[in-house]
Design a protein around this ligand. Structure first.
Ligand SMILES: [Zn+2]
Length: 109
């Protein structure tokens, strides 16, 4: 994404978790398209991490960030995973509402 550098520089000016200056902050670009950039930000001081999505709204560049315990390697692995379908989620819900599911799991270990 063009013009994302300024948004990234603003995001990493200081750690959002501990407030330390940018010297200890490492950024990794996870994904980059014409309109979005997904980055992993890791603070060397507090070891905290944030995943941020920077996106071009047309006139402006905006960002959303969430604190995570995922490493950049975890996110790289997960980004190509298949999404969970509605049917799979409903099946899981039905399995979890089955009162014997815990017993069945425990019996398999
Ligand atoms: Zn920090």
């Amino acid at each position: 994404m063009k013009n994302a550098r300024q948004a990234i520089d603003k995001l990493v000016a200081q750690c959002a978790i501990c407030g330390i200056s940018h010297r200890s902050i490492q950024t990794t670009i996870i994904n980059n398209t014409n309109d979005t950039e997904l980055i992993h930000i890791r603070c060397g001081a507090c070891k905290g991490s944030i995943v941020a999505l920077i996106f071009n709204t047309g006139k402006n560049i905006s960002s959303i960030g969430v604190i995570t315990d995922l490493s950049e390697k975890d996110i790289m692995k997960m980004k190509n995973n298949k999404s969970i379908t509605h049917d799979e989620l409903m099946q899981l819900h039905q399995e979890l509402t089955n009162k014997n599911i815990c017993e069945a799991i425990l019996n398999n270990y």
